[in-house]
Ligand binder design. Structure first.
Ligand code: HEM
Length: 118
């Protein structure tokens, strides 16, 4: 890329710029699964998605965390329905930047136990 990086310089991944890049994500400011889906419904793997960091200091627990997240989310979706609360008006309120983190706004939903299939 043509950059000269002097020895000993600390490099910090600009996670915010990467993951809010509107050239890559259709709707970067919202929790929108379409950010990761192509028009035919197949899963996209954006080239600049580094939620666990990159390089020698990336998260050591990335493989186990990905499996854990998968199992947690799929268990919730298998057992519960997550529905909008009737008559509740939802808005795409942006997250609050607090200290060093973006914190999402409270988002209440109706959680219903799925009926067991016999
Ligand atoms: C979804 C869950 C997790 C996410 C998104 C996540 C994300 C990250 C990120 C972005 C970094 C910084 C990488 C960098 O500096 O470039 C990191 C570092 C680290 N994470 Fe995680 N992490 C997760 C879960 C965990 C868990 C469960 C553990 C331990 C049980 C863990 C242990 C660590 C450690 C020790 C580092 C520092 C690695 C180093 O500096 O060499 N992480 N993680």
């Amino acid at each position: 890329m043509g950059y000269t990086i002097p020895k000993g310089v600390d490099l910090v991944l600009n996670s915010l710029a990467l993951h809010y890049d509107s050239d890559v994500y259709k709707n970067p400011n919202c929790f929108d699964p379409n950010n990761f889906l192509s028009p035919d419904g197949s899963v996209l793997r954006p080239h600049n998605f580094f939620s666990f960091g990159i390089g020698r200091r990336m998260c050591i627990a990335a493989p186990v965390s990905k499996n854990y997240l998968y199992l947690t989310v799929t268990s919730f979706l298998q057992n519960f329905q997550f529905l909008p609360i009737p008559d509740r008006v939802y808005s795409d309120t942006p997250a609050d930047f607090v200290e060093f983190f973006y914190l999402s706004q409270p988002y209440e939903v109706l959680v219903k136990l799925r009926e067991a299939k016999t």
